[in-house]
Design a protein around this ligand. Structure first.
Ligand SMILES: O=C[C@H](O)COP(=O)(O)O
Length: 326
């Protein structure tokens, strides 16, 4: 259990100074004492599965598919990424289907910090945001000063949104104050950029820890909570997303503040995307059915959504080669 004194915990910001007044309990240390409600795993899994069984009318399906494009953070996070690949992806995010201008842009592209300025140039004036992973993504296993520097640089390069990773080792060891204080420091380093906090739920081991990490990320200042990096399996799943949405709902009831949600990793089909939208609507209501509050983090979802939209329009499936690469 962490001490109530933040300075005794030794949690510091990137400048090496304590984040908190001497002698004052850190918010992170106080948060460590808070116990979220236990999660009933069977009930969560049954409820999440029940949303997949809903039948959706054609008009609603088409609207849902277009909304999922508008909510998409089109992502490339590979060691082999190049400026050319990022520019191509930006064109795809701007105009997903050349032949159909009625299909609007994605919400954002998500890239490594090295490609933020390339993406910013390609998207200038479009309203499509540039999100960048930072904080030593995907492991987060670097000193806090390095992670904060990573964040500040991505913002300087032009990132509108920062996707940070939490310290899963600290989370699992019960050092909640450390996790909290790192998120709070990263939020400060973001300045005007929005902060998405990646929990990497596939490493957290139980829904109870996912719930605790969700509450912690929200309390520490995250604008969004995000399931996964896409580098660890399992990544986003409907039950994990439901647990996180319930944390967002409870926070909204308690404070009136709306936090966003981003399932990411392994969301590849239009059917999955619609399932997530039903889960979202049923848990948080229509107010969250907006890119301001919900995103899909996905590298390969867009073409399947476009294929389904073409099928709804023409009655026929197009070959996947008919669509440019995501
Ligand atoms: O943040 C987004 C994820 O990295 C994308 O994962 P994915 O390649 O499984 O779609």
């Amino acid at each position: 259990m962490s001490t109530l004194n933040g300075n005794e915990n030794g949690h510091q910001n990137g400048n090496g100074t304590s984040l908190f007044r001497a002698g004052a309990p850190s918010r992170g240390a106080m948060f460590a004492l808070f116990q979220p409600p236990p999660v009933d795993a069977i009930a969560v899994e049954e409820r999440a599965a029940s949303f997949a069984k809903r039948s959706i009318k054609k008009a609603t399906k088409v609207a849902g598919l277009k909304l999922s494009i508008a909510m998409m953070d089109l992502t490339t996070l590979e060691g082999k990424d190049t400026p050319g690949k990022v520019r191509q992806m930006c064109q795809k995010a701007l105009r997903p289907l050349e032949s159909d201008p009625s299909i609007g842009s994605c919400a954002a592209v998500c890239v490594y910090p090295n490609f933020v300025s390339v993406a910013k140039d390609a998207l200038r004036g479009s309203g499509v945001h540039v999100a960048s992973v930072a904080t030593a993504f995907p492991s987060g296993q670097s000193p806090l000063a390095v992670k904060l520097d990573d964040t500040r640089r991505a913002v300087e390069f032009g990132a509108d949104e920062i996707d940070m990773v939490i310290d899963r080792g600290a989370m699992l060891a019960g050092d909640y104050a450390k996790v909290f204080d790192e998120i709070a420091a990263t939020k400060e380093a973001c300045g005007q950029a929005h902060l998405k906090v990646i929990l990497e739920t596939g490493e957290l081991g139980s829904y109870d820890v996912v719930r605790k990490a969700s509450d912690l990320a929200i309390a520490a200042g995250g604008d969004f909570i995000k399931t996964s990096t896409g580098k660890i399996q399992p990544a986003a799943t409907p039950p994990v997303t439901l647990v996180m949405l319930e944390a967002i709902r409870d926070h909204y009831y308690a404070t009136g503040r709306r936090i966003g949600m981003k399932p990411a990793g392994g969301v590849r089909t239009a059917k999955q995307a619609l399932h997530y939208l039903v889960l979202l609507k049923e848990t948080l209501g229509d107010a969250w059915l907006t890119p301001e509050l919900f995103r899909f983090g996905a590298s390969a979802l867009l073409n399947d959504v476009l294929m389904q939209l073409e099928k709804e329009r023409t009655g026929n499936y197009q070959a996947s080669e008919d669509f440019s690469k995501d």
